[in-house]
Design a protein around this ligand. Structure first.
Ligand code: TPP
Ligand code: MG
Length: 506
């Protein structure tokens, strides 16, 4: 996409989220922004103020924002111009005045090359910026750019954090820097402030409630919304909403056939498990409503139209929900990892906690049958690492006192061997049990692009990486009651006193 499109989109995004005033200091790198903001001012969509000195521009914006309590945008070119925003940014963040500092920049690969007016300017405001966001004409599209700018405005205004201040949006413009402006486009984003715990009412258009990784409280809220409104509940394993009559166990497999009929998605938590869901969150033709209890919100496809603390959903067409439960062609009984997951889930009830490792195991759990007596489920889905899973579970179990089961892959277990050491004379969870799915390496990669036959020569060494660690021997040496079993013997092992079970899937 082009620099002129980027400039036009930034201005559309500012208007769409409620910005009324822009202060511009002239320059070349920021030319597309200057042209777009001038057009918007002529159309009466914005008020434009032009100042030569960026320090003066910053403080002028500060004055407007002090009076209006709405974010005022300041646009500068690259280089020392950006550092001149420092004093106004310091004052804005100290005094809680919302400023969006839009600093034009060169493409990142020119930093350090000696290219004219090119320094390392993203983050130049240091602690005076509440956040530093980055976009560029060579990466992403107009939806991505608009979403980043609008997130910047919401952060600067402290609309959800109640902490207003300066936010920098550093924008890399690649040549050509000017061109014909694309038509202005409305980009409304409604972000409810969290302070008043605002509730947003949603009409009856065909809705699914999608729940990613979430706390038990959020999961319960999502479940209640789906059940009260009669909407399908598409719930990931650590959503704590994979329960009840509206939860669709195999939703991931049904999105292909039914996805086209979805008109709205209400998202809770942090979905991260499957490509069909990522595709759904990136669609232009659905209304995306994000429910978030926190300061920020999840919107990986950059399509959110509404962000709210709570929503109420009008009754859905009664024929919508049953369509998600129509019989699929007879599925074979579960084997391998699916059997392990189903067996572990069946052995647990509402008094238990389950910690799921990353990789294929949590995806298997995403297709497991829905059970009315479900455990609380936790997973490190913030960044989906395979590190620290057992240690996380020990911390969780120490804090809750609940019987806790960890279900994880062999590499994930091996990554966290240190957590199997029980420090002498330290408190240790009374009922902690580890179940390792041993399929000899990172099987998830078999189903990804690198699993294709053309990479077969490199696959085992640089992706699968089987470690050949005898996990039962290691755990036993560290004092665990360890056993190795086949998948069909897991139910018995779970009923025994073993607290470290390796399920052999080789
Ligand atoms: C800390 C960290 N390093 C690397 C990765 C990349 N990674 C994702 S899955 C995976 C393999 C996991 O293997 P295993 O635990 O055996 O699970 P499986 O894929 O066999 O189900 C790796 C290395 C990651 N997510 N986190
Ligand atoms: Mg494995």
């Amino acid at each position: 996409m082009s620099s002129i499109a980027l400039g036009a989109t930034i201005v559309d995004a500012l208007i769409g989220v409620g910005v009324t005033d822009v202060v511009l200091a002239p320059g070349s790198r920021s030319a597309a922004l200057a042209l777009a903001v001038d057009r918007a001012a002529r159309a009466g969509s914005l008020r434009l103020h032009v100042r030569v000195d960026e320090r003066v521009a910053g403080f002028t914006a500060l004055g407007i924002a002090k009076a209006s309590r709405r974010a005022v945008a300041v646009v500068t070119t690259s280089g020392t111009a950006t550092a001149n925003l420092g004093p106004a940014a310091m004052e804005a963040t100290a005094a809680g005045v919302p400023l969006l500092l839009i600093t034009a920049d060169r493409p990142a690969h020119l930093v350090g090359s000696g290219a004219n007016q090119t320094g390392d300017q993203a983050g130049i405001l240091g602690p005076s910026a509440l956040a530093v966001l980055r976009i560029g004409s060579e990466s992403g599209d107009d939806n991505d750019w608009a979403a980043v700018v609008q997130r910047g405005v919401v952060l600067a205004e402290g609309r959800r954090t109640r902490r207003a201040g300066a936010v920098q949006v550093n924008v890399e413009f690649a040549p050509p820097l000017v061109g014909e402006l694309p038509p202005a486009r409305p980009r409304p984003l409604r972000v409810a402030g969290s302070a008043g715990h605002t509730t947003v009412d949603l009409d009856a258009r065909r809705t699914v409630v999608l729940v990613g990784d979430a706390t038990p409280e959020e999961g319960a809220e999502a479940r209640a919304l789906a059940e009260l409104g009669g909407a399908p509940l598409l719930a990931e394993p650590s959503s704590n909403a994979r329960v009840g009559a509206n939860a669709v166990p195999d939703y991931r497999l049904r999105l292909g056939a039914l996805g086209g009929d979805i008109e709205r998605v209400v998202v809770f938590g942090h979905p991260s498990l499957s490509r069909p869901v990522t595709a759904l969150l990136s669609r232009d033709d659905i209304e995306l409503v994000v429910v978030s209890p926190g300061a920020t919100w999840v919107d990986p496809g950059h399509r959110a139209a509404v962000v709210a603390d709570r929503v109420l959903l009008e009754d859905q067409d009664p024929e919508w929900l049953p369509r998600w439960f129509e019989a699929l062609p007879e599925a074979a009984p579960p084997t391998g990892r699916d059997l392990v997951t189903a067996t572990v889930l069946e052995s647990l009830g509402p008094d238990d906690d389950l910690v799921l490792g990353a990789s294929s195991i949590i995806r298997a759990a995403d297709l497991a049958p829905i059970r009315e007596r479900a455990p609380r489920v936790f997973a490190n889905r913030g960044l989906a690492g395979i590190d620290g899973t057992v240690a996380t579970a020990t911390g969780l179990a120490l804090a809750t006192g609940h019987p806790t089961t960890v279900l994880l892959g062999d590499l994930t277990a091996q990554h966290d061997l240190g957590a199997l050491v029980r420090p002498p004379s330290e408190p240790w969870p009374e009922r902690l049990r580890v179940v390792v799915v041993d399929d000899r390496g990172g099987s998830i990669f078999r189903g990804l692009e690198q699993g294709a036959p053309e990479y077969a020569d490199s696959f085992d060494r640089v992706f699968l990486t089987p470690q050949g660690v005898d996990l039962v021997a290691v755990a036993a040496a560290l004092g665990w009651r360890a056993a190795r079993v086949a998948a069909d013997a897991l139910a018995d092992a779970l009923a025994s006193d073993a607290d470290f079970i390796v399920v052999d899937l080789s």
